[in-house]
Design a protein. Structure first.
Length: 173
């Protein structure tokens, strides 16, 4: 094979796989438990339903982001007891840096915190923040409004968020 042909072939291969050509590595991500901020004033005790939905949203985000190769999701089990103890005292999404410490403990590059704000049984919003562990600076914040306090509505919001994150260019993740 002649040198110009070889160079041309290599150039086409580099364009076909831009992540490899640019040396972009999939960052690791610790997905922390999500929380509920409920200002609805509803009388009925829905804690069990909400805890189940929050866990499902966390699991959907972790599994979808890993399956889509958006992030290499890190297992939180080695530090879950510490996460749970912190959640008893304060929200993880507003813990003044504890999320960064948790991510460092499991060698993650990024950490995701989030919460669902419930205004009523109809009006909900999923808030998600991703921070860089080394610098502590925010990488992104997404706020998704969704309608309905049902399993299906929460699942749709989580799946939509995973698709949104996948659409971001790798350097913005």
């Amino acid at each position: 094979m002649k040198l110009p042909t070889l160079i041309l072939c290599l150039a086409f291969m580099a364009m076909a796989v831009p992540g490899l050509a640019q040396g972009i590595v999939t960052p690791s991500l610790l997905v922390l438990n999500l929380e509920l901020v409920d200002s609805s004033g509803e009388v009925a005790d829905q804690r069990e339903d909400h805890e189940r939905r929050l866990a499902a949203v966390r699991e959907i985000l972790a599994s979808e982001l890993a399956a889509r190769d958006v992030y290499a999701v890190v297992d939180p089990r080695p530090i879950q007891a510490e996460i749970d103890a912190t959640r008893q005292r304060q929200y993880l999404h507003a813990c003044n840096g504890c999320e960064i410490r948790f991510a460092r403990d499991v060698d993650a590059d990024r950490v995701l915190t989030g919460h669902v704000r419930k205004v009523s049984s109809l009006i909900m919003a999923l808030w998600v923040d991703i921070r860089d562990v080394d610098s502590g600076r925010p990488i992104l914040r997404k706020v998704l409004d969704f309608r309905g306090d049902t399993d299906q509505a929460w699942q749709r919001a989580a799946l939509y968020l995973a698709r949104e994150l996948e659409q971001l260019p790798p350097e913005a993740r």
